[in-house]
Design a protein around this ligand. Structure first.
Ligand code: CP
Length: 302
């Protein structure tokens, strides 16, 4: 993994995912290790973020490195008309690794082609969010004791949900049975479904969340993302499609865990938070350990 960019979850093999998860366990046990002294990581966020940016920055700080960057593109020279390529070439001179979130699909790949340091894609439009995927795999392994042969439901915006796209592709390595719950307008794109079909895995599509709750090991909820809709009326039609409440979980399997990449709006009611099956805040914490593992691997420090 040394000096390699992570743009799409397909850039890494199954063995490489497992290596990152093993290293993340090591960082969970020993989160403070000063192996990054003298290194600079740039975090360039052209789109809003709480968890991804701050967990990357927390990971770098806990490893003894320094962070530069911006969390608001309006304070960077892109607001004066500078191209993404020129920004990336410039920041490559100031840092050893660039973590970038950008609203345009394909921007992270383009950045990796012009950068002289590795690029980690922290989300490019509706395309991919590979580091979220790795922390989701870590969380699934932590809660289920295995990644193999699980029934996983993805609920909500499967069309624009970049975390869903990365997760579905990664889970095809683990003989997952997929339960895909969405409004008709927000079904999983065929380009992602193709990965399931290539591995000849089972998948089922639903519009009613209640049909899957009692069948699955992981219930992965997602937000209907207002910012991805070009037609506000379409967003209004689908925005309240799924609201998970505590009473809906009465017949769920004991090992069921509810994940969500967060932020949530209303798709998980607050009364679910106290249910031991709710695991989304621990999931967000795991982002620090997984990102420590990834940074250390890409910089060749482990
Ligand atoms: N999961 C995730 O990407 O959250 P943020 O948008 O807060 O970074």
């Amino acid at each position: 993994m040394k000096n390699r960019s992570l743009v799409s979850i397909t850039d890494f093999t199954k063995e490489e995912y497992l290596r990152i998860l093993e290293l993340a366990q090591h960082f969970e046990r020993n989160p403070i290790q000063k192996i990054l002294e003298g290194y600079v990581v740039a975090t360039l966020f052209f789109e809003p973020s709480t968890r991804t940016r701050l967990s990357f920055e927390s990971a770098v700080n806990r490893l003894g490195g320094k962070v530069i960057g911006f969390s608001d593109a309006s304070v960077s020279s892109t607001s004066k008309g500078e191209s993404l390529a020129d920004t990336i070439r410039t920041v490559s001179n100031y840092s050893d690794l660039i973590v970038m979130r950008h609203p345009i699909e394909g921007s992270a790949r383009w950045a990796s082609e012009v950068a002289s340091v590795p690029i980690i894609n922290a989300g490019d439009g509706a395309n991919q969010h590979p580091t979220q995927c790795l922390l989701d795999l870590y969380t699934i392994l932590q809660t289920q004791g295995t990644l193999d042969n699980l029934h996983v439901a993805f609920v909500g915006d499967l069309k624009y949900g970049r975390t869903v796209h990365s997760n579905v592709i990664a889970l095809t390595h683990f003989n997952t049975t997929f339960h895909l719950v969405s409004p008709e307008e927000l079904k999983l794109p065929s380009s992602v479904k193709m990965h399931i079909k290539e591995k000849q895995l089972e998948y089922y599509q639903y519009t009613d969340i209640q049909e899957v709750i009692n069948k699955v090991d992981i219930l992965y909820m997602t937000r209907i993302q207002r910012e991805r809709f070009s037609d506000p009326m379409e967003y209004e039609r689908v925005k309240n499609s799924y609201i998970l409440t505590n009473s809906m979980l009465a017949g769920a399997k004991n090992n069921l865990r509810i994940l969500h990449p967060l932020p949530r709006v209303n798709e998980i009611a607050y009364d679910v938070d106290a249910n031991p099956k709710a695991y989304y805040f621990q999931q967000a914490l795991n982002g620090v350990y997984v990102r420590q593992a990834l940074i250390a691997s890409i910089l060749g420090l482990v």
